[in-house]
Design a protein around this ligand. Sequence first.
Ligand code: BJ8
Length: 419
Amino acid sequence: MADYRELWKSLNMDLAKHDQLCAVLPDMYGSTYLTQENRPEAMNYFNFVVAEVHGLRIQELDAHKKQGGKVLGTFCVFVPDEVILAANAISVGLCAGSQFWVPDGEKVLPKNMCPLIKAAVGAKVGGTCPYIQSCDMVVGETTCDGKKKAWEILEEYVPVHVMDIPQMKRTKDYTMWMEEIKLFIEKVEELTGNKVTVESLKKGIEVVNNKRRALKRLYDFRKFTPSPISGLDALLISQIAFYDDPKRFTAQVNLLCDELQERVKTSKAEGKKRIMITGTPMALPNWKLHQIIENLSAEVVVEETCTGTKYFENEVSLEGETIEDMIKNLADRYLSINCACFTPNDGRIDDLLKYAKEYNIDGVIHSNLSFCHTYAIEYKKVAEELKKAGIPIINIETDYSTEDSGQIKTRVEAFLEMI
Ligand code: BJ8
């Protein structure tokens, strides 16, 4: 990576602490990713993005800000990126997936809470993530209790706008959600000084729909046996989707898909078990479970998570001529996401059963970040319904530390033998 120290300094980062992170990431990436055999050529772009993860993209955000543009950070796939794009702002995903940020998070948050929240807040408290340092505003949301209350603390460090996300999907919840999107548009207009018009919103919708379509295309290739791309690589692409330039990212995913199109013509099945992951999201650089699974005789072929299908399934309709029409289209698409924060959340079970068939799954691994109660509680129902359909499932509760890796490996090994 080139020298970005001046840029990081201008973002008020703790350079010494940040150096510690920069020192471990390349090795971690090398041993997880670069040791994989027979990777698609087009993965080179994504290797490059990771190598420059705190460099080149941050420079792009800086250039955008110097021209008067704004950067918004998000923590949940419910926040409509289309609105941010329509106001000529940039959106970056801020969920954090490394133990590195957890101790700083624990300085201001209770220890016994989800590591994703602790890491995301810790990155700001410690001044060690150039993405959150680049944000003019972050957008929180009222999904789980942990996040909801964490925004009150994060607000002490950076301006926060919180979107009130319904917890049910009744008609009145749709109405309330449309109101919430309207308020978000006003907030983004106020921050950027740019009006969100029907035209600009349609353009934003097109950009994000194209990204969704490319990811869907990628996932469709994973339905082949064997999948022409590892689960680790597919996960990385989903993680990068949250902060790369959307048009460039879409073009690169489509390039990769063109290569996969050729690969599936010649690849031969190796008898690996086909695994679906479901549960809590895996933010960059959380590759732990995929790495354990794929080092055994199995391949992850789909993730029913927010770093997977929930991110790209269902497009936003472009039908209609008014801003209200577009808001309704956004509300419809976003409320089709089946997060465990909703009650009831039967749509998630329908999705799981559908994907199990489509991806020809041998077994499901429910990945649950420690202290995520909504997903932990929902596991019971998910397991019952999958077992009824004859689909084996296990639950793995874990955090970002590596201490439990050996134990998880033993459990996954036993599960693979059993299925
Ligand atoms: S739509 S999954 S991105 S809320 S893991 S912080 S729920 S305690 S991340 Fe999520 Fe939006 Fe739902 Fe997706 Fe809380 Fe659970 Fe932690 Fe979570």
